[in-house]
Design a protein around this ligand. Structure first.
Ligand code: AMP
Ligand code: GLY
Length: 426
């Protein structure tokens, strides 16, 4: 199959890696825009992920049969809808419609969807600028901490957890009145704080049936033991030890099945991934958020554990054959550790030469994220630069192998967390 993957980070490298390895050469892969890592799995195409016209023309010119969207941005901006036009219609597009992508693109939409389908989530109310006074009164009476969420996409910064009513009111005003996140905070969701442990669950669905992919846990904070600023993700492990059969049964019955049934009932065009951010509170699962794509860096452990060819799974989704699909999973533990540029998630330099990429060893896979090719060398080009994924019989050994692989890679001001999976060290 001729396949175009949209995106250019570690997630897209992992998606392409799976299809190259599991597809055993059956597919011709293109990645737009890709990075030097994805170039090892297919051909990079220099087109922006939101330039739908050029992407569409490229697909027609190169007889692309399937497009797989990596990040949310093109989906929230209507990539699926664009690909319903004329000859593009015959190309399978993996990713929801713009309407369906609101599960990620609008927190208020997602919360209302969960309420309509009795899916467990934190209690909430949404407010617009006209309801400012009402919102302030609501906040004053709210239990603490209280969670404020900008409705729209805010580059991962739109969720603020406030410990006092005074802080909550200041933040509420900043979002709603001072447009702290621009249009994204025109509406604000005020939500009950849930205290528990988080995990990420992934399904691939056609909006009626679904398959469950391996679950993962990611580590969002920059500092050891989950301290410091939030990042895009500093590492991930899979499987998640506390996601045992009993718990996953609850997730399936109370969350996954009602979510897919909700999509079907509301006739939402949704052929793609649903990333369900869950929190386990007293052994019960609640949805923190939906995303309309795979997670990053979770994909860098999920795709290596997935023994199926992702391209075949996506084709089955597009052709409504998911019911007959059996997911095969590597039973070993996988861990990925992300190496970032010094200063990230604040300001950081780019353009540092990366050495040692070939010496990662047999046990690890190096997925590239913020890298680019420059004068014959691979240099840093982003905050999250690359990650090392390793397998072992348990999480601590897998993490140790990834750290060992990273110790052989060098770039100026390289930093990575040494404690990924720390809760699972025994
Ligand atoms: P989100 O942008 O929705 O992924 O939220 C970012 C992070 O905020 C989540 O991963 C959680 O750690 C935290 N968070 C969001 N909603 C809640 C909540 N209701 N209770 C506790 N933590 C939350
Ligand atoms: N790792 C979290 C995310 O991709 O949003």
């Amino acid at each position: 199959m001729n396949i175009l993957v949209l995106g250019g980070g570690g997630r897209e490298h992992a998606l392409a890696w799976n299809m190259k390895e599991r597809g055993a050469g059956k597919h011709r892969l293109f990645i737009a825009p890709g990075n030097p890592g994805t170039a090892q799995c297919g051909e990079n195409v220099d087109i922006a992920i939101t330039d739908f016209e050029r992407l569409g023309n490229f697909c027609l010119d190169n007889k692309i049969e399937m497009v797989i969207a990596g990040p949310e941005e093109p989906l929230v901006k209507g990539a699926w809808d664009y690909f319903q036009k004329d000859e593009l219609r015959s190309i399978h597009f993996i990713g929801p419609s713009q309407f369906g992508a609101q599960l990620e693109g609008s927190k208020a939409f997602a919360k209302a969807f969960m309420n309509r389908h009795q899916i467990p989530t934190a209690a909430y109310r949404e407010f617009s600028a006209e309801q400012f006074e009402e919102g302030v009164n609501y906040l004053k009476a709210h239990s603490l901490p209280v969670v404020l969420k900008a409705d729209g996409l805010a580059a991962g910064k739109g969720v603020v957890i406030c410990e006092t009513h005074a802080d909550a009111i200041i933040e509420f005003e900043a979002m709603l009145v001072q447009a702290k996140f621009g249009d994204a905070s025109k509406k604000v969701v005020v939500e009950q704080f849930l205290d528990g442990i988080e995990l990420s669950v992934f399904i691939l669905t056609d909006g009626k049936d679904y398959v469950l992919l391996p679950e993962a846990k990611d580590y969002k904070r920059i500092g050891e033991k989950d301290t410091g600023l939030n990042t895009g993700g500093m590492g991930a492990v899979s499987p998640v030890p506390f996601a045992n059969d009993d718990f996953m049964q609850k997730v399936t019955e109370r969350i996954i099945k009602p979510t897919v049934a909700g999509l079907a009932k509301e006739q939402i065009n949704y052929t793609g991934f649903v990333f369900i951010g869950l929190i386990k509170v007293n052994n019960e699962p609640y949805v923190i958020e939906y995303n309309c794509r795979m997670g990053d860096p979770e994909t860098e452990v999920v795709m290596p554990r997935l023994k199926n060819d992702l391209a075949e799974l996506c084709l089955a989704a597009a052709e409504h054959r998911l019911r007959n699909i059996h997911i095969e999973t590597d039973q070993r533990a996988a861990a990925t550790v992300v190496a970032v540029s010094g200063g990230y998630p604040g300001a950081f330099e780019k353009g540092y030469k990366i050495t040692g990429l070939d010496g990662a060893g047999e046990r690890s896979i190096i997925f590239q994220a913020g890298t680019k090719q420059q004068e014959g060398e691979v240099v840093t080009n982003g905050g999250r630069v690359l990650c090392a994924t390793s397998f072992a019989s348990n999480i601590p050994e897998a993490v140790a192998a990834s750290k060992e692989a990273l110790s052989r890679i060098k770039f100026d001001e390289m930093y990575f967390r040494k404690d990924i999976g720390y809760e699972f060290a025994d």
